[in-house]
Design a protein around this ligand. Structure first.
Ligand SMILES: Nc1ncnc2c1ncn2[C@@H]1O[C@H](COP(=O)(O)OP(=O)(O)OP(=O)(O)O)[C@@H](O)[C@H]1O
Length: 913
């Protein structure tokens, strides 16, 4: 659908602290740094001017402009070592002389703790933690250039924190730094602890804060959080630090995994698996044994990842060996880290160190904006230890000029959506990709769907041609960003440096690199390509031919007498041969899906005209089941306007019509779809992740990859277009071995869809609407005529008579609701548009499911009833917007005609007169 993510660059700042200060964020951090789409109020002074002290002396950061990051760090550390925390802040006034021009209104600002104040402003008023390296990174932007000394002080603090942390880790082997896993294992997550104190961002955490701030501490701020370099909230941060969850996933897969001590003690099988592995779930050894650098393993521990999941165990060594790969594993099994870890291991090991000016070394493509954000945030968390590697984000809906500026500065690891990436490859001359070593396609099957495939081909062709040309310059489009001109000089210098350095580096890796492609290969050959999805399918063969070289196929296969799912690594040819030998379709070795064992799947047969009340009953029933850690329900619909309509109906209109809200107190109703403004999308995405209880109405924009913690139920109100989409939708629940359930609503003629799913390895049980009878909505007391039915219902809603009465009552209520809709012009318009969109989306079912989802099978009157429409709308051929446009055109033509007629009449009068 519409939901290709466009970009939003969120690039943690450079290692050079020459320019600081992000634009003031009003959204409390939910919005990304510098991506607010708002230009700074005034042109800001150039860094050179700002770096001068009162005496006109140049600040050390500039004197060292060309020094390697490591040397620079040492200098900063020397200058600031041992300085009290406020010392660098006190230096701030010196960096902005009293006579120096400052933006209006800032001259008279109180000068106490200027550094802290500035950071606070940059965070939109939030308190920021100077010990958090991300705060430093976030502070870099283009609109305010000052506070060199303050930034340097923070750099020094960061260095000190990292050094201290490394020393501590060396001393105790990383043990004791893990968050207590019990809470996560049980799904008991204290969301309040992870909430940001501001509106929407995550809570700031110290890497090694005194007073128990470390992940092992009891402090509320403790615990590994997946942190964005941009202040984005990372949904996964709430649960990922669950070493036990890894074990739970292993259990679900029937595969081996190690985990926390608590997890190990849970089952003998798990304990045996850990022992067999020879790793200790609480130490970095579990990660280093995969070939990962000790520093990266330590960072994983710091973030709370105790041990690899089965898919990570299988994938990491394969990618470290330099092979391309197709990775196919269940939803929620940890695929993101499985490709990010080899990428980061490889880049951190490059010698001499990578500098951001050299351009992009890894591109991580994802089909939706939210997924790009999520991948970027996970990458940022891992890169916190490697300040010379910069993560960035390109996605639709964001300011291109800001993106260009960041690309000019350089982004080492880039999460991007295909559309915006292609756009920049074609038009941003300073976007350097000649050093690209990794291309990862997350949700690769979706990226290969119609709509993305052509873009992907263009992207790979452009990358190949740039690599062959060796220059890495963009498609020649000249950038026209006057506001960003100032960045040019800096970038040119970085580019010069990069050219010199890049030559020396090709093919070189540090001593701790497990393996790397041979140094003699050309850039395009050196690039590793990884395709990842829970539902890779045969169309990928085409891409494999296009971009992959003898890829390893890593996933899970049913093996052994019990048909257990075990991790396996093979080749595409072998996978095809195996499938053929097993009687499966040889052309599609990946045709059947596997779902988490902890997921309970049911389907509910509901006649069209009862769909709405059945949805209401399901929501009431499921949100009434309180779970420790929160009760979250995700409802999938087929269109954006469908989401809008139901959000309005089940929220605002419901209370009026029913006399009480549909959802229990404290359970929020949220919406997410591709037609929402980006800021609102990001806010919902973060908000739902943080929410304790909530219901999210969404389109398939939320179907893939999103990692919302504690989703207890998935309701598929509108049937997904293809079985693969079913798998991704239900995969938002039951992640990492947690319990979850998925309910699919089917109209009677759609029931054969269940058999199709079964044939693809997806097993569902039937649930009956009558069992939900007592949750069906009833008319408000003032609505007359249902008293008798109510009494019968009281007598026994579960018996068939009671259930029947409840369904009649619900229909009575439904009519009541329809009246409310017809009286609300906004709701009535939404209902009509939603109905039309539903029918149009229904017509797009294709391939093997089309026969059950033909529009001719629909009783349009009943379907309209489910949208609270008392008449079936006509003009199905056009959407509301198109119909409006046509109407306006007709009116304009009529007005013109009338004007012409009047003119003719006047002319005729003149002639006659
Ligand atoms: N080794 C690990 N230990 C504990 N938690 C982990 C580990 N690896 C990943 N996780 C957590 O598991 C959750 C699911 O991971 P991830 O999003 O990578 O799954 P996925 O396989 O990509 O799912 P999907 O197919 O839906 O995209 C995340 O919250 C992540 O932080």
């Amino acid at each position: 659908m519409d939901d290709e993510l466009e970009l939003n660059i969120s690039i943690p700042a450079p290692s050079q602290p020459r320019k600081a200060a992000a634009p003031a964020r009003k959204d409390g951090g939910a919005k990304q740094n510098g991506d607010s789409g708002k230009a700074p109020a005034k042109p800001q002074p150039r860094p050179q001017a700002n770096a001068k002290t009162n005496n006109g002396k140049v600040a050390p950061a500039q004197q060292n402009g060309g020094v390697k990051p490591a040397d620079r760090r040492q200098q900063h550390a020397k200058q600031n070592a041992g300085a009290p925390a406020k010392q660098p802040q006190q230096a701030k006034p010196a960096s902005r002389g009293p006579t120096q021009a400052t933006p209006k209104g800032r001259r008279d600002r109180p000068k106490q703790q200027p550094g802290k104040e500035r950071f606070k402003r940059a965070a939109g008023g939030r308190s920021m933690d100077p010990d958090d390296p991300d705060e430093l990174l976030r502070a870099d932007d283009d609109d305010e250039a000052d506070d060199v000394a303050a930034v340097m002080g923070l750099m020094a603090q960061r260095e000190a924190v990292l050094r201290e942390e490394e020393q501590q880790a060396a001393g105790r082997g990383g043990k004791g730094k893990m968050r207590a896993p019990a809470a996560e294992l049980e799904g008991v997550v204290d969301f309040g602890d992870d909430d940001d104190e501001g509106g929407g961002g995550r809570k700031r955490r110290r890497l090694n804060a005194p007073g128990g701030g470390g992940p092992g501490g009891s402090n509320a701020n403790s615990g590994g959080i997946k942190a964005s370099g941009r202040g984005n909230f990372t949904p996964g941060s709430l649960i990922h630090a669950a070493p036990a969850a890894a074990t739970a996933a292993a259990t679900a897969d029937g595969a081996a995994a190690d985990g926390s001590k608590k997890a190990k003690s849970k089952t003998g099988a798990e304990g045996a698996a850990t022992d067999a592995d020879g790793t200790d779930g609480g130490s970095t050894a579990a990660w280093t044994s995969l070939g990962l650098a000790p520093s990266l393993s330590q960072q994983l521990q710091t973030l709370g990842f105790a041990a690899p999941t089965p898919i990570q165990r299988a994938v990491v060594p394969v990618l470290l060996s330099g092979r391309d790969a197709l990775v196919r594993a269940q939803t929620g099994s940890g695929k993101t880290l499985s490709y990010l870890l080899p990428v980061i291991h490889d880049l951190q090991a490059q010698q001499p160190r990578i500098s951001r000016g050299e351009g992009t070394y890894a591109i991580l493509l994802a089909p939706t904006r939210e997924l790009c954000l999520q991948v970027h945030d996970v990458a940022s968390g891992l890169l916190r230890r490697y300040h010379w590697l910069v993560a960035g984000l390109l996605m639709g809906g964001e300011n291109r000029a800001h993106e260009k500026a960041r690309l000019r500065k350089g982004v080492s690891v880039l999460a991007a959506s295909p559309g915006r990436l292609l756009d920049h490859l074609q038009s941003t001359a300073a976007f350097r990709t000649s050093e690209l070593r990794w291309l990862v396609l997350d949700e690769a099957d979706r990226l290969l769907d119609l709509g993305f495939e052509a873009k992907l081909r263009q992207i790979t062709e452009l990358l190949n041609s740039r690599a062959a040309a060796g220059g890495g310059q963009g498609g020649g489009g000249e950038e026209q960003d006057g506001e960003e001109e100032g960045a040019e000089e800096e970038v040119e210098q970085a580019d010069k440096k990069a050219k010199g350095k890049g030559k020396g580096r090709k093919g070189q890796t540090g001593s701790n690199s497990a393996s790397a492609p041979p140094p003699t290969t050309s850039p395009s050959e050196r690039r590793r390509t990884v395709l990842v999805s829970a539902t890779l399918h045969r169309q990928l063969g085409a891409l494999a031919e296009l971009a992959l070289r003898d890829p390893a196929v890593v996933g899970f296969e049913r093996q052994g007498g019990g048909g257990e799912l075990l991790p396996s690594t093979t080749t595409l040819a072998a996978a095809t041969a195996n499938a053929a030998a097993a009687g499966g379709p040889a052309e599609d070795p990946l045709s059947s899906f596997s779902l988490p064992a902890s997921l309970r799947q049911t389907w509910l047969e509901v006649p069209a005209k009862e769909r709405l009340v059945a949805l209401a009953a399901l929501l009431r029933n499921r949100t009434a089941r309180r779970r420790v850690g929160g009760t979250k329900v995700v409802v999938f619909l087929s269109s954006c306007v469908g989401v809008e309509f139901h959000h309005h109906l089940l929220g605002e209109l419901w209370s009026g019509a029913a006399g009480a809200p549909l959802l229990p107190a404290g359970c929020r109703l949220l919406k997410l779809h591709g037609d929402m403004p980006q800021a609102q999308r990001t806010e919902t995405f973060a908000g739902f992740a943080k929410e304790g209880d909530g219901v999210l109405l969404c389109t398939d924009v939320a179907a893939r990859g999103l990692d919302f913690p504690n989703v207890s139920t998935i309701i598929q109100y509108d049937v997904p277009g293809a079985p693969a989409e079913y798998v991704h939708r239900v995969g938002r629940s039951a992640r990492m071995g947690a319990a979850g359930e998925a309910v699919l609503l089917l109209m009677p003629h759609e029931v054969p869809y269940v058999s199709l799913l079964r044939s693809r390895g997806v097993m569902l049980e039937q649930e009956h609407l009558d069992k939900l009878a007592r949750w069906l909505p009833t008319p408000p007391p003032e609505a007359a005529g249902e008293g008798g039915m109510k009494r019968r219902l009281k007598g026994g809603a579960s018996d068939s008579g009671g259930a029947c009465a409840a369904r009649q009552l619900a229909q009575h209520f439904h009519r009541h609701l329809s009246v409310a809709v017809s009286r609300d012009p906004h709701a009535a318009k939404l209902a009509t548009d939603a109905f039309r969109s539903y029918v149009r989306a229904y017509a797009t079912h294709s391939g093997d499911v089309k026969r059950w989802f033909a529009v001719r099978n629909l009783h349009l009157g009943h379907v309209a009833h489910a949208f609270c429409l008392r008449e079936t709308p006509t003009a199905m051929g056009s959407s509301g917007a198109v119909a409006d446009r046509k109407r306006r055109k007709r009116e304009a033509v009529a007005a013109q005609e009338q004007e012409r007629y009047k003119k003719m009449k006047r002319a005729a009068k003149r002639i006659a007169g």
